[in-house]
Design a protein. Structure first.
Length: 104
């Protein structure tokens, strides 16, 4: 069994749920990935339809992406500096309580 170290960040739940996957940005293939972005606008919505989870730096419970994620049943969390804290292609887990675990 391989043991991995992890770092825990506390985020704000915008859409409840849990997911585990590889970090991707909006410019990447996002299917079956955790999308990490500064913000996601209505024009970017189609890019996250098949994402496992969403982590954004900006937005609140009534933001477009929060409402959209709840409609799709995708977990969504707001985390300050997410694009700097969660490197592309890293493994992360969004927990039900809003924490984000980055595996190293």
């Amino acid at each position: 069994m391989i043991w991995m170290k992890s770092v825990i960040y506390k985020g704000e739940i915008l859409s409840s749920g849990s997911a585990e996957g590889i970090v991707a940005t909006l410019g990447d293939e996002t299917d079956n990935k955790i999308v990490v972005a500064k913000r996601i606008t209505p024009l970017d919505s189609f890019k996250v339809v098949n994402a496992l989870g969403i982590i954004v730096e900006e937005g609140g419970m009534l933001s477009h992406i929060a409402i959209y994620a709840r409609e799709l049943g995708i977990p969504c969390v707001k985390l300050d500096n997410a694009t700097k804290l969660l490197p592309k292609c890293s493994l992360v887990k969004i927990h039900e309580n809003g924490t984000i675990e980055l595996f190293k």
